[in-house]
Design a protein around this ligand. Structure first.
Ligand code: NAP
Length: 450
C-alpha cells in the first residue's frame, strides 16, 4: 500500500496497492491476445481509434489537467498545455503514419525487393511523473499505430494520471489489451521484462532505472529505448541578443518548475555579456509568480515531492560550500524550492556536474567559442544544447562539435512530434517522435524476389 500526497498542501490524495506479479502476468496476457488481432488491422484502421482518442482527450482535458496538478504540482495552465500537446502528437501521426509505415521499394539485383515494417508484439513502457501524459503518449501512440500493444508501468506518484490514460483508451474504443496500465513497483519491472510475452521496453526516467531495465532486457535479447537525464547547456555568444536570450532562458530553465530532462541546466555566457545577461535573467526570474499550482498566473509550483525538493536543496548547499554564490533564491519550504541563480560556479560542483531537477540556474562566463563547447560537453549527459547568436551562418559548420542529440539555435530545446527526440552518452539511446520514433518497435523485414 502506498499513498499519493499533494505536494502543494501535503494532503493525502489516494491510497493504492501494487498489483501482484501474477496479476501483472494476467494483464500482459490480455495485451498478447489483443496483439494477435490488432496486428492484423491496417494502419488506417488503427488510426480511426487515434481519432477517437483525440475526442476523449478534448472531452477530459480539464479533469486530466487537475489530476496532474494535484498529484505532481504542475501549474494548471502548464498541465492543460501538456494535454493539448498530446493531441498534437496524435494529429501528427494521423497525418504521417501511413506514409512512414508503407513498404519501401529498394533497387537491387532482384526483380523486386522492398522492406516492410511489422509490429514486434507487446511493448513495456516505464514512464516518469514529470510530464505524466506527454511521456506516455509519445511512447504509446506510435507503438500502437505500428501494430504493437503496450503495457505501461507509470511512476507511482502519478498513479491517478496513469489510470486516467487507460480510461481514455477505453473511451476511444480501443480493444481492451491495446493499452494496459500496470500498477507495479519499480522492483517488479524486472520480472515483467523477463516474461516471454514482452518483446521490448522503453524507459523514460533516471540513469539508475535505465541501466537496470536495459540490463534485464539485454539478458533476454530484447530491445530497449532509454530516454534518461540531461544537463543541457544554454550558450550565449558574444553577438547574441541579450533580451531575447534572457527571456528564453527563464522558460528554458523554469517551466514545469525546472523538472524537465531537456531543461537548460547550465548557462554559459560570453564574458562581455555576463553582467548584463545575469542582471536581466535575475530580474525576470524574480518576477515569476510562485504559489498554488491551481492559480492561473502561477508559474512556479511545488516540486513533485518533498524528497525531490530536498535533493535540489542539497545540491545547491553543497555547491555553495564549494564557493558558489546565490544571487537569488536558495530557499526551500516543504516541496517548494525558490527559483535560484548561482554564480562563481566551477565544473566540480554538483550544480554543474549533476542533473539538478528543479528551478536552479548556474551561470558561468566563457571567453572563446571553443571554451563554450568544451564546457557544454563537460557532462555525462547529451540530450541537447541551445546556442544564442545573431550570426547563425558563422556557427553552422561547428555544430558537430556538440556531443548532443539536438542543437537548437536561438530557441530553447523542446520536443516536437515532427522532430526525432533522444540523447547520447548517459542520456540514453534510441529516438522517440517523428519517423524514427515509430520505427523503434518494428521488425524491418527485407523481402527479396529473384
Ligand atoms: P525514475 O525514478 O527513474 O522513475 C522513472 C520510472 O522508472 C518510474 O516509473 C519508476 O517507478 C521506475 N523505476 C524506478 N526505479 C526502477 C528500477 N530499478 N527498475 C525499473 N523501473 C524503475 O525517474 P523520475 O524521478 O521519475 O524522473 C526523473 C528523471 O527522468 C530525470 O533524470 C529526468 O531527466 C528523466 N527524464 C528523461 C526524459 C527524456 O526524455 N530523456 C524525459 C523525462 C524525464 P516508481 O515511480 O514506482 O519508482
Amino acid at each position: 500500500m502506498f499513498s499519493i500526497t499533494n505536494p502543494f498542501d501535503l494532503t493525502i490524495l489516494s491510497d493504492y496497492q501494487y498489483i501482484t506479479d501474477s496479476q501483472a502476468i494476467q494483464i500482459i496476457d490480455i495485451n498478447q491476445k489483443t496483439f494477435i488481432q490488432w496486428k492484423g488491422q491496417t494502419v488506417a484502421e488503427r488510426l480511426k481509434f487515434i481519432k477517437n482518442l483525440i475526442f476523449a482527450l478534448t472531452n477530459n482535458k480539464e479533469t486530466l489537467a487537475r489530476q496532474c496538478t494535484a498529484e505532481m504540482g504542475k501549474p494548471h495552465k502548464q498541465a492543460v498545455a501538456e494535454v493539448e500537446k498530446c493531441r498534437l502528437l496524435c494529429e501528427y501521426y494521423i497525418d504521417n503514419a501511413e506514409q512512414f509505415l508503407a513498404p519501401k521499394t529498394i533497387k537491387t539485383d532482384a526483380s523486386e525487393s522492398y522492406v516492410t515494417y511489422e509490429p514486434l508484439g507487446v511493448i513495456l513502457g516505464v514512464m516518469p511523473w514529470n510530464f505524466p501524459y506527454w511521456q506516455v503518449f509519445r511512447f504509446a501512440i506510435p507503438s500502437v499505430i505500428a501494430g504493437n500493444t503496450v503495457a505501461v508501468k507509470h511512476a507511482s506518484n502519478v498513479a491517478g494520471c496513469a489510470i486516467m490514460i487507460e480510461k481514455l483508451f477505453k473511451e476511444a474504443g480501443f480493444p481492451d489489451g491495446a493499452y494496459k496500465n500496470l500498477l507495479i513497483s519499480g522492483k517488479q519491472v524486472e520480472k515483467v521484462i523477463e516474461n516471454p510475452i514482452i518483446k521490448a521496453v522503453s524507459l523514460t526516467g533516471s540513469e539508475k532505472a535505465g541501466a537496470s531495465v536495459a540490463a534485464t532486457a539485454a539478458k533476454g535479447i530484447k530491445k530497449s529505448v532509454l530516454e534518461l537525464g540531461g544537463s543541457n547547456a544554454f550558450i550565449i555568444l558574444e553577438d547574441a541578443d541579450i533580451d531575447k536570450s534572457a527571456e528564453t532562458a527563464v522558460t528554458a530553465r523554469m517551466q514545469n518548475t525546472g523538472q524537465s530532462c531537456i531543461a537548460a541546466k547550465r548557462f554559459l555566457v560570453h564574458e562581455s555579456l555576463f553582467d548584463a545577461f545575469t542582471k536581466k535573467f535575475k530580474e525576470r526570474v524574480e518576477a515569476l509568480k510562485i504559489g498554488s499550482p491551481m492559480d492561473e498566473d502561477t508559474y512556479i509550483g511545488p516540486l513533485a515531492r518533498i524528497d525531490l525538493a530536498e535533493e535540489v536543496e542539497k545540491q545547491v548547499e553543497e555547491s555553495v560550500k564549494m564557493g558558489a554564490k546565490i544571487i537569488t533564491g536558495g530557499n526551500r519550504n516543504n516541496a517548494f524550492y525558490e527559483p535560484t541563480i548561482l554564480t562563481d560556479v566551477t565544473t566540480d560542483m554538483p550544480v554543474f556536474k549533476e542533473e539538478v531537477f528543479g528551478p536552479v540556474a548556474p551561470v558561468m562566463p566563457f571567453s572563446t567559442f571553443e571554451e563554450a563547447v568544451e564546457l557544454s560537453n563537460a557532462t555525462e549527459f547529451g540530450l541537447g544544447v541551445t546556442v544564442f547568436t545573431e550570426n547563425i551562418e558563422a556557427i553552422k559548420d561547428k555544430l558537430h562539435l556538440f556531443n548532443e542529440g539536438a542543437v537548437f539555435i536561438n530557441a530553447l530545446v523542446k520536443s516536437d512530434p515532427a522532430l526525432p527526440f533522444g540523447g547520447v552518452k548517459k542520456s540514453g539511446f534510441g529516438r522517440e517522435l517523428a519517423e524514427n520514433g515509430i520505427k523503434e518497435f518494428v521488425n524491418v523485414k527485407t523481402v527479396y524476389i529473384k
